[in-house]
Design a binder for this molecule. Sequence first.
Ligand SMILES: *Cc1c(COP(=O)(O)O)cnc(C)c1O
Length: 422
Amino acid sequence: MLNLETSSVHTANPLADSGNPLVESNDPFGASRLPLYNNATFEYASSDMLAKVSKNMAFGYVYTRSSNPTVHAYEDRIRGMSGAMGVIATTSGMSAIVLAALSLLKSGDRLVSTGKVFGHTLGFFAQTLAGFGIEAVLIDIEDENALKSALSDSRVKMLFFETLNNPWLQIVDLRKVCSLAHEYGVPVVADCTLTPFAFFNAKKFGIDVEIISSTKIISGGSGGLGGLVLDYGTFDWSKHSNLKDTFKKSGKWAFLYKARKEILVYLGLIAAPYNAHMHISGLETLTLRANKACQNALAIAEFLESRSIPTNYVALRSSPYFALCQEQLNGQGGCILTFKLGSKERAYAFMDALQIIKIATNIYDTKTLIISPSDVIYPNTPIAEQEALGITADMLRLSVGIENVEDLIADIKVALQKADSV
Ligand SMILES: *Cc1c(COP(=O)(O)O)cnc(C)c1O
């Protein structure tokens, strides 16, 4: 396998037939990058050839809802970077979660998840899946007894969590949690959006299916929606009650087969070719941007802490997750930190005084962005419930970008003076 900086710019595309991963393209014009195939359908000179392709007896494309060369090239690039057995690119991070869940669960089943996950994920589990008879058992994943007792229910067909969750910034002890799930025969599906390939290897720690919202850092900065589902080939799908039959015809590909040939196609979840093309560009600078943003985030967290502002960032020595950050994230704390300014009024005066840092809700963008989680992530949740979730009105979430860090700290210094004058 190539090193990450190399595999993120070179991977075979489906038109390159030499088998050499460094051959980028056999485009008729020698385009150094696979052109964008933004078409819906593909023509064939003979009816026999279209029939063969439709029956998987020859390689080709038929209709973009099933597969498309640009999306395929993007998936191959991700496969080369991650070491996954197979990859499916979807319209959004949410549709990646829907795709994985509906490939593993049916009515009467249960999934186990932490309650502290992305709000729309929680809504999909607790409202939408519940309506189809699939129950989400929400637990505190750091409570080993609660996890064991939830997993011991034979109706449980999937464990879900985020490797680093937003805005709490907890790191799951992966070896412990994944091995426990495997003891109970439950596959581990983890949303790794906040721990990109640049500093995190999901397979090494026992994650079976990795979910990523590529809308975030992969897109290269607010470059359209996208999602990814990666199967590392580590779970024995013959032992999963809903995939046993699929396993008989497709073996270790059972999960990917059901996901791609059934759920992806029937629900129309495949990534838009235009977005896949954009996200290939993003991948080429992923490691550079991720490393720079993490360095910036650490410098800002250290600066805030030096001003005695309570700051939550997993690469800080004061974080309870410092050791797990070293062990699992190669010492990189990611792009998000939160801090508390003492009152909502001070927090708002601070945000409104910022010049370079923008008030916007995206994360892992090239630009540094700030919000109040209390008002923006939980606008309809009563304050008492927010506090139970660990969210307070004086808390701000900063998603750090790739700007010059001295400019960012200068912006923060001026805004802190404004907050102090409230
Ligand atoms: C943004 C996000 C999602 C949803 O992704 P979309 O691409 O917006 O659908 C899911 N999980 C996490 C952790 C996210 O940050």
